[in-house]
Design a protein around this ligand. Structure first.
Ligand code: FAD
Length: 161
């Protein structure tokens, strides 16, 4: 089974883009992630999948909490910042939800306590029980599809062409 083919096939699953945040002793760490899903309504559970090389993995294991912010279309640079794709370091702007850092200007955010974690190949799955959530902005979502950032309009055009 070919790695490139697997990546290409997975890349045809269009997703939104989130930034996962966690905080240890006042030190905020953020990471761009699209491996996010809603799991359960009663109780309210979500899931994220973090690669073994990501610093975020050890941080969440320690903090036992994380927040998820859904990025708006105009937040491509925020996604790039927290994916380590920008050459220069930038200050990030955070809001607080339930005392936890979330991304300013995101469409919606939620905070979680980790209730389970599973090692799955080269990733760790963190199941989070939602402790708070809110809509922040009326905006179109940032989309990630075939390895590129897109908006909904561009996505429709690429599918119909
Ligand atoms: P680092 O690489 O050290 O940090 C990430 C970047 O965020 C750095 O540039 C750092 O300077 C910046 N940063 C962190 N905290 C702050 C702060 N407080 N203020 C300002 N800047 C800060 N990987 C996964 O494991 N799972 C996924 O689901 C996933 N999905 C992705 C989806 C997309 C669209 C992209 C582009 C990447 C995705 N990645 C995913 C890859 C992941 O985002 C990168 O590998 C990331 O660099 C790993 O972060 P890290 O925790 O190792 O920390």
């Amino acid at each position: 089974m070919d790695d490139r083919l697997f990546r290409n096939v997975m890349g045809t699953f269009a997703t939104g883009v989130t930034v996962i945040t966690t905080e240890i002793d006042g030190d905020i760490h953020g990471m761009t992630a699209n491996a996010f899903m809603s799991v359960s309504l009663h109780p309210k559970l979500v899931l994220i999948s973090i690669g073994e090389k990501a610093k975020m993995r050890e941080r969440i294991k320690k903090s036992k909490t994380y927040a998820v912010s859904f990025l708006a279309e105009e937040q491509k640079e925020v996604s790039m910042l927290f994916a380590g794709q920008l050459k220069e370091k930038r200050e990030a702007e955070f809001d607080r939800l339930n005392g936890m850092p979330v991304i300013k200007g995101a469409i919606a955010s939620l905070t979680c306590n980790v209730v389970a974690e599973y090692e799955a190949g080269d990733h760790t799955l963190f199941i989070g029980e939602v402790t708070d959530m809110r809509f922040q902005e009326e905006a179109e979502p940032l989309i990630f599809y075939q390895g590129k950032y897109r908006g909904l309009k561009a996505l429709k055009e690429s599918i119909s062409s």
